[in-house]
Write a protein that binds this ligand. Sequence first.
Ligand SMILES: [Zn+2]
Length: 156
Amino acid sequence: MDNKIQGLIIHWTASGSKTTVEDIRGWHKAKGWRDIGYHRVILHPDSIAEISLLKWYHLVKEGRELDDDLYLEIGEEGAHAKGFNKSHIGICVVGNTNYTMHPLQKVALRETCRTLLTRFKLAPNTIKLHREVNQTACPGEEISELIKKFRTERLA
Ligand SMILES: [Zn+2]
């Protein structure tokens, strides 16, 4: 089956640090898509009002739904990387060139990758950058360097 999940693709929003899941869903629906194109979004703490007890998992939000089998059935397939939407899970980090990742975002991204790799029985080297599969700068330098580091670790 060609819709077997083969890996993760990492994106950024290229937007302000207060960007919410609802913002992204609105941008994607404005393109005529039925829902947000990504399966997971890693927010920046700036978008969360009460940050005194903020934990990394408060930054991880669900986008398009995933069930527990190893396939992206109709309705689960994403809209994030041309040619890879039927085979790869899309993860988007709120980020841009004019601010750096928050330390909790780095933990949230690592834990989200680790959890999904384990759940879908994938190796760390199946995490791809959007720029590696399509003509784009996404997800920028900082996130790209972090992902390259994750690939060398025993994440799952
Ligand atoms: Zn992207």
